[in-house]
Design a binder for this molecule. Sequence first.
Ligand code: ATP
Ligand code: MG
Ligand code: MG
Length: 554
Amino acid sequence: SESRPLNFIEQIIKKDLDEGVHSNVVTRFPPEPNGYLHIGHAKSICLNFGLAQTFGGQCNLRFDDTNPEKEEMEYVESIKRDVEWLGFEWAGDVRYASSYFDQFYEWALHLIREGKAYVCHLSPEETKEYRGWATKPGKDSPYRNRSVEENLAEFEKMRAGEYDEGACVLRAKIDMASPNMNMRDPMLYRIRKQAHHQTGDKWCIYPTYDFAHGQEDAIEGISHSICTLEFADHRPLYEWFIENLPVPSKPRQYEFARLELNYTVTSKRKLKQLVDENHVDGWDDPRMPTISGMRRRGYSPASLRNFCEMIGVTKSGSTIDVGQLEYCVRDDLNNNAPRAMCVINPLKVTIENVKPETKKTMVQPVHPNKEELGERELPFSREIYIDRADFSEDTTLSRKKFKRLVLGEYVRLRGSYVIKADAVITDENGEPTEIVATLVPKTVGENPPEGIKPRGVIHWVDANDCVDCEVRLYDRLFNDEAPDAGDKNFLDALNPESLQIISGCKAEKGLVNARAEQSYQFEREGYFCLDSKYSSDDKLVFNRTIGLKDNWKK
Ligand code: ATP
Ligand code: MG
Ligand code: MG
């Protein structure tokens, strides 16, 4: 971030500050509390809070809660948690669009008194028919030219609950022939006889997004109101309200391209469907592209911020390769995650030249490049576990292809001795159940004598002093690069093998102290973190955040 060129929004802001159009930058992140935040919201959060940081301004967290039926306090709480976790601090208290309802109502009365709004009783079907379409001008509603008095009386009846839902709406009187459909007498208020999570039963009429959003910005003194491209067509309406109402400030709207990721669905509605239909285990399922899911999966806040910085902010949309996100996650974990050893599919090795009562301790750095993180102790005794995949009886395997333990040959145990596989004990199916080995003395931290050539280095744990754990391996939630493109049903693209649970894994002893969501690199296996939902004192569950190999080219 140090020296990259300014993005187009930063250029606009810099110019506004240079020219004295604004003296202070105020942005906002305005989620509707109707679901959990996803990776697309992370882009908007990083952008809005980032602009405030860059220009020494402030960013508000405002709940755009004008739609009572889909909103819940659970979502409000999760959104606050996610923004904080990403590392941002909003200015002052959290704000709610609903706390401005009295003001919006006053402004609706203002438009009525000015002859710029009217109560319309057309049915939704009639309204649609009257609106026309892009190439066909609309027709005026028969209610369009009511008197101010009649409109005031009708609007009061709406507010007082005298009409049923859908019976009528308040509309702005703008231009039924406008080429911009949003200007054809848009709806300002609708009747919803539903309790609201903030205002309770106080209102049975609620403002529309269009009638609320710009005015919320004006009330809060937002200088730059940044939204996604699909609102570009709403901008003339946004400006119409700002021009036609006695608002305390004049914010301006700017649009940027929303984040789209391949193999990923980023629509709250679809994510909610995945949750409601139990295709996943809640909003924070580690396979979900939600911020809470990614947190539970082991993604760090820094990696998400780095990703948003890397993809940048543009005016035209493009789909980002999910590999780019994974690159950022891996890069951050590689630099910061403590190392540990965990044997996922254990195979016992008995080292015959170690006495049964012998207990040794090996020492390894917590992180290879971070001395300050100190060292960790690894118990070592006559019996250890290695991974089944790290042993083969096939002595014809080339040294280059199989840098692990082969019957009759040598391998180094990470941070410990060089051992030799002398014999293998198998079950009735010929599957190895135990390896009988010997260690080469004086090989801890030292090269073995001439003639002894270990094939490679493998991870291991002490069979007599380790911890049992469960490991959860995740794959993409969707097999299709564009799961919801065109008229595809995104559920058809669900990957049936996106979760694999492996129990009976053996981890190094020190992992009993792992904290929820704390990340580790399990050497040779990938990055893992302790699962915050299913781990308990009696049972450790680790989520694989991501594998070690990178397949995205910078
Ligand atoms: P969805 O379409 O997933 O339901 P939304 O846009 O309706 O999301 P809001 O809660 O209204 O969700 O969004 C809050 C803010 O986040 C808005 O300013 C919106 O523009 C932005 N945002 C939402 N999705 C994305 C995305 N994919 N990329 C960038 N910004 C986004
Ligand atoms: Mg929305
Ligand atoms: Mg939306």
